[in-house]
Design a protein around this ligand. Structure first.
Ligand code: ZN
Length: 112
């Protein structure tokens, strides 16, 4: 999976330039390699309607010291219309902290 070295987002295979900053995507980020080395089992938490939500969730997880991966799918990124049609973001968290994360995310979106 290609990653943007600046925004640290993962993209689908067909995309090779970041739709946010225009940076050329890399095959892997050093951080992600470390993550797989310690054999974290990532579990997809929830599909969010956009990256803004994912950023909010990730920030909360970061504060609590929970590692998380954000994976975005931009269906229409090639045409520069991101956000208009399908723009979904999925957050992956370690399997052993899944329930904790699920609770956080539920609480967060109850408050909005
Ligand atoms: Zn980028």
């Amino acid at each position: 999976m290609p990653f943007c070295p600046k925004c640290r987002y993962e993209y689908v295979e067909e995309i090779d330039v970041c739709c946010d900053c225009g940076e050329k995507l890399l095959d892997k980020l050093p951080d992600e390699i470390n993550c797989s080395e310690i054999k974290v089992k990532w579990k997809p938490l929830q599909t969010l309607p956009g990256r803004i939500y994912a950023e909010m969730v990730k920030e909360v997880f970061d504060k609590k010291g929970i590692p998380s991966l954000v994976r975005s799918t931009f269906f229409s990124s090639a045409y520069g219309t991101r956000g208009i049609s399908g723009d979904t973001t999925t957050i992956f968290v370690p399997e052993d902290r899944f329930e904790e994360c699920e609770e956080i995310i539920t609480q967060m979106f109850n408050h909005i």
